[in-house]
Design a protein. Structure first.
Length: 244
């Protein structure tokens, strides 16, 4: 609900009940939204407090439900030993239909990684983004990113192959088993948003979307349910240098 509407409801309630100044005002849910910040919250609960179209754009990478890193090891291949991120359970299932409905309600446009895992919740779209990871290991060669835009399919190539990265002399630190490269997120932001847009990532992970927003000068908000990842995000956001 819009803040102005909440205010009107509170005033009406006070008048109707004849409440004095010292009496308790009912606890109507309302998020006092600070921007350029990560919220350590369940994104569904968070979104329920927002008005329609609050954000211009959602860019997000929800759990694909494929049980990545069940035993903690991700990315092992003939190029080296898999990195151990510790066991994680958040990828046991895809987000509920209610979460998708809320994402579409609170934002004007959406860019959703792993769209091929969520087709039951997504409309037909002419505009998918293909991220070519230049992979040779156990994982997919590309990732498919669904968008609500009406433009043509585009491809972005950025090597992200176990220990190998596009720029070996400028490697990004890995904090999360499904971390996305910041240059990929920057390319998306540059091509699919305007300077004044407000961007939301409800499944922030290690915060690559938010770091890219900061670097591209966009206002952003993120939600991440795991406190340890939130600490990493805050650290990444406060750093000048994000590379090894
Ligand atoms: C696929 S990862 C995102 C990785 C991110 N793109 C990155 O670059 O690091 C999905 C994240 O969503 C978080 N998550 C799962 N369910 C959530 C929920 N209901 N609300 C907020 N975060 C959630 C998980 O803890 C996980 O870190």
């Amino acid at each position: 609900m819009d803040c102005a509407i909440v205010d009107m409801v509170i005033v009406k309630y006070i008048k109707l009940r004849g409440l004095g100044k010292r009496q308790r005002i009912p606890n109507l849910r309302r998020t006092k939204m600070e921007e350029n910040k990560i919220y350590n919250k369940d994104c569904l609960e968070f979104m329920k407090t927002l008005s329609d179209n609050h954000f211009d754009l959602i860019i997000t990478d929800p759990p694909y439900g494929i049980g990545v890193a069940k035993k903690g090891n991700v990315g092992g291949d003939n190029l080296g030993k898999a990195k151990d991120y510790g066991e994680c359970k958040w990828d046991s299932e895809i987000p509920s239909e209610e979460i998708f409905k809320e994402m579409f309600r609170v934002s004007k446009n959406q860019i959703i990684f792993g769209g091929n895992y969520f087709v039951e919740y997504l409309k037909n779209s002419p505009c998918w983004i293909v991220w070519d990871k230049d992979n040779t290991g156990n994982f997919a060669d590309c990732e498919l990113v669904w968008t609500s835009f009406n433009t043509a399919v585009r491809k972005f190539k950025w090597r992200w192959n176990g220990m190998l990265q596009e720029k070996m002399n400028w490697k990004e630190k890995r904090f999360h088993p499904t971390q996305k490269p910041v240059p990929l997120m920057r390319w998306i932001i540059e091509n699919y948003s305007a300077k004044e847009d407000k961007i939301f990532d409800p499944f922030a992970g290690s915060g690559s979307t938010l770091v890219a927003c900061k670097q591209e000068g966009r206002n952003f908000v993120g939600c991440e349910i795991n406190k340890e990842y939130c600490d990493i995000i805050n650290k990444r956001l406060s750093q000048e240098t994000l590379f090894d």
